[in-house]
Design a protein around this ligand. Structure first.
Ligand SMILES: Nc1nc2c(ncn2[C@@H]2O[C@H](COP(=O)(O)OP(=O)(O)OP(=O)(O)O)[C@@H](O)[C@H]2O)c(=O)[nH]1
Ligand SMILES: [Mg+2]
Length: 399
């Protein structure tokens, strides 16, 4: 039996099982079994060289955004409108068959936008080109889930389920559970608060399912079985997602209003070019890019060409900023002067650990070569040799 059939079988068993206190442990175990099988499904088959026929495109720009959605919701139309790169759009399904990259120029940064083929229910199990599409989505910084505003709300749930099946978690943060495998000592179970979804026995059972008999487990929040499985699997990707409802030109204003009020949602219309600025602003906000402008000593800051940092791509500290300019720069830095919202006063003297905010201005002050010889008024200012014995002997006076 293949992995997909086994998953189906277990899902059917779960559907048959009533949910109550007595079946809780059994259901937990089944969930862990499915998670294990799904992870197996994600691993490339043995002997293959990996992706192969995937359609990975080279990363470009300061961030990457993937357009995910059902066929014919207007992904290609949106890419053409936002980037100027033409992507074929037509009224039939599966117009786009591969990954088409475009570039959005926004706030002095370049953001790569990827148009992808539409995905359908069952994509996570390989239907259509679902697996490849989801692989590209995983490699991006955020996902724009494009939805047809005139279609049912169910599409959003189906897509979220498909993405969750391959280990993507949208708009969630990692569960606050500390988990560490050990060599000996059995399982130590602790929690900082009362747990309402899981108990010690259930956790033991799930760990047994994974053949883990020695580990440390500490719950810092009231987590569920699924959260625990996510932590044990350890391969989940937590991503931001913006829900983009397209084609609002064909629905009533009341429906538009309802959709627009949902969290993380933006309503647009490609045909009428409606609300693109809001979409871009929301995308920018979710990406959390930090633009830092450099200021050479005694000159105006260079506002044309920012250094772009982000927490997901390496961090936003002064050290990361220096590394971004040149890897050897960090060693030469004495301190930096910072102007902007991260500084308490202007300019603030900061070290390498200081975390920068968007639109900060930074001036780097380097160490001087001679620095460090003596302190304060004992600092040697002359370039003459320090020790008397090193000084050149004066020629003896002529008599
Ligand atoms: N009414 C309306 N139709 C739109 C809008 N945007 C796109 N469409 C139409 O929707 C159809 C599908 O557009 P595409 O851009 O090809 O959709 P897609 O999501 O790229 O489709 P696939 O590549 O097949 O996955 C086209 O006929 C577009 O003209 C819109 O804002 N309003
Ligand atoms: Mg398309």
């Amino acid at each position: 039996m293949g992995i997909i059939e086994r998953i189906k079988e277990i899902e059917a068993e779960m559907a048959r099982t009533q949910k109550n206190k007595a079946t809780e442990y059994h259901l937990g175990q089944l969930k862990a079994k499915i998670a294990k099988l799904r992870t197996q499904l994600l691993e490339p088959p043995k002997g293959s060289s990996g992706g192969g026929d995937g359609f990975e495109v080279t990363k470009f720009g300061h961030g990457r955004v993937a357009l995910i959605g059902f066929p014919s919701v207007g992904k290609s139309t949106l890419l053409t409108m936002l980037t100027g790169t033409h992507s074929e759009a037509a009224s039939y399904e599966f117009t786009t068959l591969t990954c088409i990259p475009g570039i959005i120029h926004y706030n002095d940064t370049k953001i790569q936008l990827l148009d992808l083929p539409g995905i359908i229910e069952g994509a996570s199990e390989g239907k259509g080109r679902g697996r490849q599409v989801i692989a590209v989505a995983k490699s991006s910084d955020i996902v724009l889930m494009v939805l047809d505003a005139s279609k049912s709300e169910g599409h959003r749930q189906i897509l979220t389920k498909e993405l969750e099946a391959v280990g993507l978690r949208l708009n969630k943060r990692p569960p606050q559970i500390y988990f560490k495998k050990k060599k000996t000592g059995g399982i130590s179970f602790n929690s900082t608060l009362t747990l309402t979804h899981v108990d010690e026995k259930l956790c033991y059972q799930i760990l047994h399912e994974y053949k883990i008999h020695n580990a440390e487990l500490l719950f810092r929040e009231d987590a569920t079985v699924d959260d625990l499985i996510d932590v044990i699997e350890g391969n989940r990707k937590y991503m931001k997602c913006v829900y983009v409802y397209n084609k609002i030109d064909v629905i009533g204003i009341d429906d538009v209003d309802k959709l627009a009020r949902q969290p993380n949602s933006v309503v647009i219309s490609c045909n009428l070019k409606l609300n693109f600025d809001r979409l871009l602003a929301k995308m920018w906000e979710e990406m959390g890019l930090v633009r830092v402008y450099t200021k050479p000593q005694g000159q105006q800051p260079d506002f044309g060409d920012p250094v772009v940092l982000s927490a997901d791509r390496g961090g936003c500290s002064v050290g990361d900023f220096c590394n971004h300019i040149h890897r050897s720069l960090m060693k030469e830095v004495k301190y930096v002067l910072v102007w902007g919202t991260s500084a308490r006063h202007y300019p603030q003297h900061c070290g390498l650990g200081h975390v920068l905010n968007d639109e900060d201005v930074v001036q780097i002050v380097k160490k001087k070569d001679k620095e460090g010889e003596g302190r304060g008024r004992f600092k040697s200012h002359s370039t003459a040799p320090a020790r008397i014995s090193d000084r050149e002997k004066k020629a003896p006076l002529k008599q």
